[in-house]
Design a protein around this ligand. Sequence first.
Ligand code: HEM
Length: 537
Amino acid sequence: MTMMYGDSASLSLCRGLLLVALAVLTTRLSGIYRYIRIWLAIRRLPRPPGATLTQGHAAAYIPSAKHKFEEANSKSVGTLYRYRNYSDQIVVVSDPTLENEVFAAERDGAIEKPDQSSGFKEREMNMFSEKSGDPRWKLVRKGTAPAFAPQNMRNYHHRIVNTVDRLISAIKQKGSEVAVNIADIAQRESFDVIGKVGFGRDFAASKDIDNPVNTFQQLTDDLEESTLRQINPWRKYSLSKGKRAMDKNHEDVQRIYTELVDDCTKRPPSDEDANSIAGHLLRLRDRDGKPLSRARLIEEFAVFFIAGSETTGHTVAWTLWFLATNPAALAKLEDELNSNGLLKTVQNPGPRPFTHADIGKLHWLDCCIKEAMRLQPVVANSLRRLVVRPVRLSNGFVLPAGVHVELAQYSVMRNPAWGWEAPNTFKPERWENPEEEYYLAKHAPDLAGQGSASSAAPALQAGSKARRMHPFGQGIRNCVGQQLAKINIPTVIAMFVREFHLTLAPQMAGKGIEELEVLRATLQPKDGIYMLCKPRA
Ligand code: HEM
């Protein structure tokens, strides 16, 4: 009897193990089948050298300079090429016409956001990570867009001015002989602006500019760690001290967001803040009348905070660096401010306050910011997408379902193939011509010999225009917060230049942009940008 029980128990165990083994095998086989199917479809595309069996091309580039790897490939390998990151097969698109078609296919649902793990414990999705087909993405996108409406931006503009004024006072207190890290200053400003304009809260990062313990630094480190884990999926298992510190930082960051959400829920935004990002997020209701869950709110708060501050702050820093290293452009900006009564001079020691209406008047400033965003787009990491239905491009190539696509905007905005004159030179005057935004498509659609299984991306005809300048992305997933960035960036720069003679500090002498930059979650200054800020009058 005992033997019989033993036999049947072993038999059940064997059956169980067999079933598990079969399940694992089936998953593996379907993964292998998908890998081969995609490889067969894209194998004719050129690819860069340097791949290894296990890591693919992840071994061939430094993550902190990946934009340069892509830029070099787009010139030497092709403007449509493939590469492999571990087991991900990726097609890189750096032709504005084809990019345009991919964005159009995204609108039609053939291209989606990929599943991107944060690299930390799995958590809720947010507006940035959610698929466009998901009703919650539509709910949040549509529901928060009014927070960035022009009228609303006008109403909140004085909060930006107040933040910059506070920062200027803090810089003046340091004295004109002390080198100021304007990259750090700019981050503090944009962080406080998101706090004040988006959530009705003042984190006062721009008040105590010497305080090294900054909430924004913790958020930035957390984002960077998440990016590193997306590139290297094994990193989350590391036992290194640095990685453990980042796990701890992540817990702290989650606590900060959780406290902010709970605080905003307990003390709902005042009437004045009803149209803030938080105001809109808290009022959202789905079709069943349900509000966003607490976990979802935490994710949404986090994405707005980080997407809004990182990007804007680094754009300000790069623009100021370009101005300080291009005296003629800076002098022209000073003239523009002066002719609008906005520059502090001996003759005009108390210029009128900077207002929202001034933004539209400062055309040269706009050209300088655009040019800085072309050369140093903070979102320099290619935009990643997943093809869910085959997409036929107008050059005849079919993107197969399952392949990842990367839209390499850094490469597009610097490649002479797309008609940029002196693409690596800071030339704000190019933006005097509004047509500079576009590339005139040369090739007509060539659909010959393509299978009927694919759906054609709405193709551009030869002679039609494709956007080649898109630092805020394109299509349905473009930057929802760009209007805030477009009023914040010119306000900080105009107010700084009106107040200070800005010159590079001696320790910056001779350093070129490639020495200064690092690609983390965004393209940012590596060790700061130091300037001497001498009050004008
Ligand atoms: C210089 C400033 C900024 C730049 C260059 C920038 C750039 C971008 C880009 C390129 C995308 C598209 C990413 C993709 O297609 O995968 C994006 C999306 C997004 N941005 Fe910005 N951004 C800036 C400022 C802001 C601000 C101020 C906010 C909010 C306060 C914001 C919030 C977002 C959000 C929530 C998304 C996701 C939109 C969606 O997927 O529907 N950004 N941004």
